[in-house]
Design a protein. Sequence first.
Length: 229
Amino acid sequence: MTFTGSASTSAQFPRDLLPEVAFLGRSNVGKSSLLNALAGVKGLARVSSEPGRTRLVNFFRVHGASRPGGGGRGDLYLVDLPGYGFAKAPKAVRESWERLVGSYLEDRDVLRLCVFIVDARHDPSAGDEMLHEWLFHHETPYVVAANKVDKLGHGEARRRERQLEEGIGKSAQAVVPVSAARGTGVPELWSIIRGATLAPADEGNCWTRKLRRGPSRRPRWSLSPASRR
């Protein structure tokens, strides 16, 4: 996997029509660490202790990934989107992020799957609930990656997984407990990503199917819970 560039406008998004998987979650939830774990390359995606550092859409190209069922190999992009919930960012900066992420999620025809990352140790935040509503309304296929599961005991981890399956993960394709630090769940998540992007069309119905239509009111995309309606 290689870093291919950052985009501050939709005009800078790749145009080679390869399938893409977007990584979404609140600031400091571990998106970059999970990308590094999937790549098997430490430091490929920048990890910062300061929330809100990812302000651009970052594209990472996976070269020669094996197709499910042994049907050859193919390329795809993993896409790191700015996190939400970072209240210290100036309003003008947050609004710029919101427009950028909104344009990507709403208009990107090659988007095949969203990886919705949450902190397994905590209940979903207001921003998490808003993102779930948005994905549900727009019938966007997604999986929930419950990160930092290594910080929990076995019983608590299973309880949190069930809560997610009954909550924001109810309309997800799967809920996958993961640990970017220890590699727990990373092979399972990678298998799901390959199935969503590289499986033949007749085998990928579970990823391309439409979800049940959500609320009639169109949810507003926002990276800041404070601006939620």
